[in-house]
Design a protein around this ligand. Sequence first.
Ligand SMILES: NC(=O)c1ccc[n+]([C@@H]2O[C@H](COP(=O)([O-])OP(=O)(O)OC[C@H]3O[C@@H](n4cnc5c(N)ncnc54)[C@H](OP(=O)(O)O)[C@@H]3O)[C@@H](O)[C@H]2O)c1
Length: 326
Amino acid sequence: MTTSLSAVIHQVGDPDVFAMEQTEVKAPAANEVTIKHTAIGVNFIDTYYRAGLYPVDLPATLGDEAVGTVLQVGEGVTEFSIGQRVAYSAAKGGAYSQYRNIDVNEIVDVPNGIDDRAIASSLLRGMTVEYLFCRLHELKADETILIHAAAGGIGTIACQWAKSIGATVIGTVSSAKKMVLAKQSGCDFVINYSEQNFAEEVAKITKGNKVDVVYDGVGKDTFMRSLDCLRERGLMVSFGNASGKPDPIDMLELAKRGSLFLTRPTLYHYTRSREELVESAQRYLSMLEQGKIKINIGKEFALADVAEAHRYLLQRDRIGSPVLIP
Ligand SMILES: NC(=O)c1ccc[n+]([C@@H]2O[C@H](COP(=O)([O-])OP(=O)(O)OC[C@H]3O[C@@H](n4cnc5c(N)ncnc54)[C@H](OP(=O)(O)O)[C@@H]3O)[C@@H](O)[C@H]2O)c1
């Protein structure tokens, strides 16, 4: 039995609902390992659970991704051994803790030479870009795409990945400082959408041809205008709600704009099997290992300061994604 300090919520609400509590971690069951966390990721989905936008069983220890070392292995575990460095990113809770037990099907081995904080602050985002570009739709060198919030966590990974494929990338950002970062991440064109109508700019940049795919993690504020950026039979990928969830849509809007395709995917449906999860993580981690994607490690917070980390994540002018150090 190990004692772990965990950030627990007993009700949904603002970031102050977190309470630090001592919890008992039992010996791992069959096919489980006990992990000692070294770095923990903080994601928008955690804020959706904490605020009540997505349903959660209470009390709950939130957090879906972390890096750590295996402390103990349960019966039947052969793929992982004590002392091994591992990570996970689609765990549906439990990461905001010093120690936890987890099913071995949820975890992956991590290569040496990549900082724990870089992995913990980017694995979920990187695996998201992996399924968006490699499996939801296989992005090709001759395609032109629009990525919103191009200087954000997913945005900077997506721009670098899309450039390594050879696609033409148009990014949107809300400030001059972020325009520089989006360019550095590989955007061919950057639009400051707090000052310019991005649909009109996309039409100008593409000489009226518009884009093949829009990747929209901003949601409410951009959704309808994103549809205006697509060529006939283009693909609208609405994958996030950073500005709030999009309003309901009349299906005829898709027909009117040229028989558009619309999907609202989540990572969890693209990591259903062990094979998919491992393949997604390995593809992303190998992009990091090869130096094709570089991560700006964001601000670090102590686990006990998780409320501050949530507030920080939601600050629009932030650069880099936060990481909790237990
Ligand atoms: N579906 C999936 O599988 C999946 C997986 C992971 C994450 N996501 C989603 O992807 C989105 C991006 O996640 P991330 O962690 O990489 O975040 P992020 O991009 O680092 O931050 C969100 C960005 O959204 C933009 N934004 C626009 N309006 C905003 C507002 N009202 N408040 C705050 N930000 C606003 C900001 O960029 P500008 O200032 O440049 O506008 C901000 O930097 C989130 O919605 C998240 O839920 C989805």
